[in-house]
Write a protein that binds this ligand. Structure first.
Ligand code: FE
Ligand code: FE
Ligand code: ZN
Length: 286
């Protein structure tokens, strides 16, 4: 089995998200740690966070997959944008301590012109500095950071598994207590990036294993794609209405290497649509 949920609004707080997820038949969910397009964060009510944690335990939820704001670009060519991103990363991990034991996923970033070779060490360096204290020892965050596989739109880093591998290698160099950094496998993104999960999922996962290691694959974003494989467009579609298709997505849900992981729907839907997709995915589960 897998855990299934979707991206929920934080507007009414933590416990309300837990209730919302339960109402949709979910046993995991995603949420933005702060305004996805601006970066402003609401104050956390520890009581509210505690109520959610109790609910998660009571109902046997899988790990949640929090999402960093889209504006967090650790590899911008502008130093002030990078500094802002590094501050957000640290503050978000502090906020995640109110709901410990979950995942924090982020888009590696966009190099906006100065190239992947310059951008990758910037992302890695930011990760290393948030994972370690001034004396170089590991900070015992109770959250696992995930890098998301990207479609390759614009100047996005993370279209190729090799780029994620490089970030991880530099970030974790000299650190032990592995693996510290995980990966979130977005089906729309990998497809758009050119990995043909519709016709040969096994080959893609074998490639992932060879380059990154399946032990790093901690969560899945389950989306269909409006565009063809390799399009680098990043337009999500409802399950079955895109170019990946129901059969291929069912194989993803059933794949032995992906069992026990949280799957998050990021499909264009309302509550009714999500409840429907959740029920459909539950039907597929092995
Ligand atoms: Fe994402
Ligand atoms: Fe995603
Ligand atoms: Zn996307």
């Amino acid at each position: 089995m897998i855990y299934i949920g979707n991206h929920l609004s934080t507007a009414a707080g933590f416990a309300a998200m837990g209730k919302h997820a339960l109402a949709l038949g979910e046993d995991t969910f995603a949420f933005f740690t702060r305004n996805p397009r601006g970066g402003k964060a609401k104050e956390i009510d520890p009581e509210d966070a505690k109520r959610l944690c109790d609910m998660l335990g009571e109902h046997g939820f899988g790990k949640l997959v929090a999402h960093a704001p889209y504006t967090m670009n650790l590899c911008s060519d502008k130093p002030e944008v990078r500094d802002f991103a590094r501050r957000m990363l640290r503050l978000d991990l502090e906020r995640m301590e109110y709901v410990p034991g979950n995942y924090y996923n982020f888009h590696p970033g966009s190099h906006v012109g100065h190239g992947a070779a310059a951008a990758i060490p910037m992302i890695a360096d930011a990760l290393k500095s948030v994972l370690t204290g001034d004396d170089g020892s590991l900070i015992p965050w109770r959250t696992t950071i995930l890098l998301e596989t990207m479609a390759g739109k614009g100047s996005e880093i993370g279209q190729k598994f090799e780029e994620l591998r490089e970030i991880i290698d530099i970030a974790e160099d000299g650190l032990t207590g592995v693996p510290l950094i995980g990966v979130c496998f977005d089906t729309c993104h990998v497809w758009d990036a050119g990995y043909d999960i519709a016709n040969d999922l096994d080959a893609v996962l074998t490639e992932f294993d060879k380059v990154i290691g399946l032990g790093r694959l901690k969560a899945v974003h389950l989306n269909d794609s409006l565009n063809e494989c390799g399009s680098m467009k990043d337009r999500h579609e409802q399950l079955g209405d895109g170019m990946i298709g129901l059969d291929a997505l069912r194989r993803v849900v059933r794949h032995p290497a992906l069992q026990g992981k949280p799957f998050i729907l990021e499909t264009p839907n309302d509550d009714k649509g999500y409840a429907h997709e959740v029920a459909m995915v539950r039907d597929w589960m092995v």
